[in-house]
Design a protein around this ligand. Structure first.
Ligand code: NDP
Ligand code: OXD
Length: 314
């Protein structure tokens, strides 16, 4: 039984080393040194090249190194085997840290204070609202969105969430589907996007959506925080919205093209915080333990966890 590690962007040798340390019996191979492809039953992947997985005739399960699976589903020749995504408390905690950090950063006007510091100006906006006067809207109430929403609520914010299917979560106003979108946006001062990239969400964060955000909030204008996927946002629309005041500020961890090209105006825009798709990085050791646990369960005839619904695309 062999496992093939395939990764563009995350170091495959780190994962292979961890896997071998945790299970010395497992035959771990690193792409492109796949050996006899018919030996391979499991693949642990990040951005596998088109057609590669289909060339493994005895593949049983594909494991994604991340929570997102758009990097696998873009393969038009994907074999019909279960695709398991990474779900892990450490990954969730790190994303919640990122979300809380950026919500607090914009709520407490840190972009403005950084500029005032550069100018050596002692200016105070004494009328800053408390968290209980700021309305956060979390798009995507999955594993990551739900935890972030709960922690933001604990900080005192008014929190709402939006998802595809209806939810009932204590202390969080839940909206769902196209019918719930306008009401959700109309009560949102800081929009946090933790949506996956699917055909339905592509280009979703656009001019029309920004114009529907609350205009009567306690902050100078609406804020966008996107740590979901870059292709959910239209960057030209974000820039236009920032420039005409539809958006007041943005924190972006993900981009239409990654790495973000040096020519992108987002790098130098005074109202934008750019981070390099590291809101929540998968921990190698946690990924390897997770994969080995799942393989043990699978070999014992037990169901795999966190299998992706290929029709929904997440
Ligand atoms: P989940 O699959 O648990 O949750 C996805 C959520 O999005 C669900 O609430 C789902 O609704 C909702 N959703 C999906 N499609 C739609 C739609 N068309 N309309 C409304 N809601 C929709 O994913 P996770 O929370 O684990 O992860 C979310 C994403 O975060 C990942 O897909 C990945 O892209 C990104 N990510 C980014 C990282 C980074 O470092 N920047 C790190 C890790 C993940 P429902 O509940 O009804 O199914
Ligand atoms: C993920 C990511 O999907 O890091 O886990 O983007």
């Amino acid at each position: 039984m062999s496992l093939l590690v395939v990764s563009e962007g995350m170091d495959p040798d780190c994962f292979a080393k961890e896997l071998r340390q945790l299970d010395s019996e497992l035959d771990v191979r690193v792409w492109p040194d796949a050996g006899d492809r018919s030996d391979i039953r499991y693949a642990l992947v990040w951005k596998p090249e088109e057609g590669l997985l289909a060339s493994l005739p005895n593949l049983d399960v594909i494991f994604s190194m991340g929570a997102g699976v758009d990097h696998v589903l873009r393969d038009q020749q994907l074999p019909d085997v279960p695709l398991v995504r990474f779900v892990d408390p450490n990954l969730t905690m790190r994303m919640t840290e990122y979300v809380c950090l950026h919500v607090l950063f914009h709520h407490r006007r840190m972009l403005d204070y950084a500029e005032l510091q550069r100018e050596k100006k002692w200016t105070d906006w004494s009328q800053q609202p408390g968290a209980n006067e700021v309305r956060i809207g979390v798009m995507g109430l999955g594993v990551l969105g739900m935890d972030a929403a709960e922690k933001l609520r604990m900080l005192g914010y008014q929190v709402a969430g939006w998802s595809r299917s209806p939810k009932d979560i204590e202390g969080i106003d839940c909206f769902a589907g196209a019918d719930g979108l306008d009401a959700f946006l109309a009560r949102t001062d800081i929009l946090v996007c933790l949506l996956p990239h699917t055909p339905d969400t592509e280009g979703f964060l656009n001019s029309q959506l920004f114009a529907s955000l609350a205009q009567d909030g306690q902050l100078p204008g609406p804020v966008l925080i996107n740590a979901g996927r870059g292709r959910v946002q239209v960057e030209a629309d974000i820039l236009a919205a920032l420039d005409d005041g539809t958006l007041w500020a943005a924190s972006l961890d993900v981009f239409e093209e990654e790495p973000l090209p040096a020519s992108s105006p987002l790098w130098t825009h005074p109202r934008v915080v750019v981070t390099p798709h590291n809101a929540s990085i998968s921990d190698d050791r946690a990924v390897c333990r997770y994969v080995l646990d799942q393989i043990t369960q699978h070999e014992a005839g037990k169901p795999l966890q966190n299998v992706v619904d290929l029709k929904r695309g997440y």
